[in-house]
Design a protein around this ligand. Sequence first.
Ligand SMILES: [Zn+2]
Length: 162
Amino acid sequence: MILKNDELCVIKFFLDAFRFIDGATHSRTEKVKEIADWKVGIDNLRVCWQGGQKDRNCGKCEKCIRTQLNFLATGNPIPKSFPDYQLGENISLANVKLNNRVSRYEWKSIYVYAKKNKIKGVWVSKLPKIFNRISLVERILPLHSPRREFVKKVMKKSGLKK
Ligand SMILES: [Zn+2]
């Protein structure tokens, strides 16, 4: 039995380690693979600050779903720190929308990792459709295009955007 204080230290250390993952040279999935055996840590893993309840992951936002996929891609179960962890490979991807190239890259890297490690599941086959989907705004106004810069300038002038 771990003392509560020690437990908190462990969790804090784990979260710091996990924060490091975001900016690391290894992909997120690779880092998850390294820490997936740390039961206390992953069962208390906190990646989401969007949900109404501040003491748990919402399980539904892009970051929550992506993190759950990081675990599945390494052949590990979804940790109990996500509300629908029992769904496992049947995780719902229906409402996932990726709003920028960085997210699309993250999702693609999960797909590449899963394929490379021969991870199977319906979720794997659904990923390309998600990371290849480009939003209407990006399609009409591609990043750094003269059209996008023009719209930005007009919005700034009209006070719609600072
Ligand atoms: Zn969330």
